[in-house]
Design a protein around this ligand. Structure first.
Ligand code: IP8
Length: 253
């Protein structure tokens, strides 16, 4: 059995600097690539879980309300605004995948996950596992989560990828980003990362409103996975799903 976890970066599927705007063309392109693989090329027994980021939906509202992964809020309007925007984006992603004949179903992490007072995430894998065994493609998203003692904090899609890739025994993990991989200081794609220290100097912070830390945080989190993870651009979704290793491959211990 093979289990693929694919994250669609928020900046891939939204116009990152235009509040609450889907990049319809880019979303359709990646959904079509996923649909073609899912219906025509996927080996029997291979299942797929999709996670998407916040882009101009979640990050915009999180910044407006001053909520981040570390700084929580007990303001229920903030929670509703951030979560509501993410639900809207999720509906657009699920809709595009359904149009491409992928049996996509929406999953809203705020209803299931929580953080301990230390900020550790708990997210039960079982509901998602049952969806996968019934042949659904669960589509989760970055969200807000209840955080003991803090109200609610931001849950990034990357944290969900790491948590569920481990919890569900993913065999392959892919992160579709706006760039073709992790770039060095000459803007060349680094083909493989095995140690964060080797690339720490190249990884700046994201320039748009992104409360969860950009590429540096992604690489650090992916190095903690058992499965190899690939970071690639939107044109490489198809090749990744077909088993190639486009962009940057991140292999932890
Ligand atoms: O874009 C963040 O998810 P990410 C989600 O994967 C929100 O970091 C609500 C800002």
């Amino acid at each position: 059995m093979s289990r693929v976890v694919l994250k669609l970066g928020g900046s891939v599927v939204t116009e990152k600097d235009e509040p609450e705007t889907v990049d319809t063309e880019a979303l359709e392109r990646v959904a079509t690539a996923i649909g073609e693989w899912y219906t025509d090329e996927r080996a029997a027994g291979t299942d797929l879980l999709v996670v998407h980021g916040g882009g101009s939906f979640g990050h915009h509202h999180a910044a407006a309300h001053g909520v981040s992964r570390e700084t929580g809020s007990t303001d229920t309007q903030a929670v509703r605004d951030i979560h509501g925007a993410m639900q809207d984006l999720n509906e657009a992603v699920v809709g595009a995948l359904a149009d491409a004949d992928v049996p996509a179903v929406p999953v809203h992490p705020f209803s299931a996950g929580y953080r301990t007072p230390e900020g550790l995430l708990f997210y039960p894998a079982e509901p998602t596992a049952s969806m996968l065994s019934e042949g659904f493609v669960p589509v989760l998203h970055g969200d807000v989560v209840a955080h003991a003692g803090e109200g609610a904090t931001i849950l990034s899609g990357d944290e969900l990828v790491v948590e569920l890739a481990e919890g569900l025994g993913a065999t392959r993990v892919g992160l579709c980003s706006t760039v073709p991989g992790v770039l060095d200081d000459a803007d060349e794609v680094i083909s493989e990362i095995v140690d964060y220290e080797d690339v720490a100097d190249y990884l700046g912070e994201s320039e748009s409103t992104d409360v969860t830390g950009g590429m540096a945080a992604k690489v650090r989190a992916l190095l903690g996975l058992r499965a190899a993870a690939s970071v690639f651009g939107p044109d490489d979704v198809g090749p990744f799903l077909r088993g190639e290793e486009p962009g940057t491959v991140i292999r932890g211990e």
